[in-house]
Design a protein around this ligand. Sequence first.
Ligand code: ZN
Length: 313
Amino acid sequence: MKQLYLFSALVIISVQSAIAGYLDEYEAEKVSNQVYVIHGPLELPNESNEGFMNNPAFIVTDSGVVVIDPGSSVHTGNMLLREIRKVTDMPVIAVFDTHIHGDHWLGNDAIQRTYPDADIYAHHKTISMIDNGEGQNWLDLMHDMTKGATDGTSIVNARDALKGGEDLSIGGHQFQIIHKGQAHTVTDIMILYKQDNVLFTGDNVTNKRIIRMVDASFKGNIETIESAKKLKPAVVVPGHGKTGGAELLDNYHAYLSTLYNNVSKYFEEDLSDFEMKPLIHDELSDYHDWSGYEDELGKHISGAYLEIEADAF
Ligand SMILES: [Zn+2]
């Protein structure tokens, strides 16, 4: 009897913790006729946010659902599936992973478990890097940053390799793939969903969040945004932060180009990265309230400095 009571108590506790789960609070927002986005929090992965920080999205086509960036774990992927089922009973038929960073693609696991026949697309360098150890590195990093909240996630790599320039027809709808070389990483794809003129930028563009650029080319990222502007999207879904219009491209382009052009100017004047930081900080007043700005500014100046120095030789 005592054992039975203990068992009941455990069941109640586990049900309660499921009810109070952090990911239960999130809902997909409709951003165009066919596109829905779950806007993740702006802080870095931690124990309380269970590693969730990106913008998992889905598109309802004529014959199934297309997912973009299912998130940082099997749990965020399951959250996305829960939100898809509120809109349609159609299966997930395709997934796009925008780049190598695990907060965007580790949720593939949830999609594959439920829809094993779904095509999973990524840049071919994303696929080879996941195979060659980056997948495990990201799984370990998420485990460490969240104190195990992402545990239970398995590495599910993309299988359908892209190189950029493809025009795909999925579920009767058209998707254009854009890759312009190294930008946020060497692996980025942007996806233009032509029906609704919605551009998914991956981390080539963010909104109100300054992100790590350790794998980036500042110059390449700036040029990639310039090519995105030529597409004239009506709606822009950034890698992090709220969805908006084409002004998101201008805002993030202005951050990167102000930073890069000033580092370039002060490099010519023989200032060290340390000396130029307060001057560049003053130029970036529009971004002081962006999440991550304080943490990243010095690193971004150092990164741009090294890039400009390398280009000078
Ligand atoms: Zn990223």
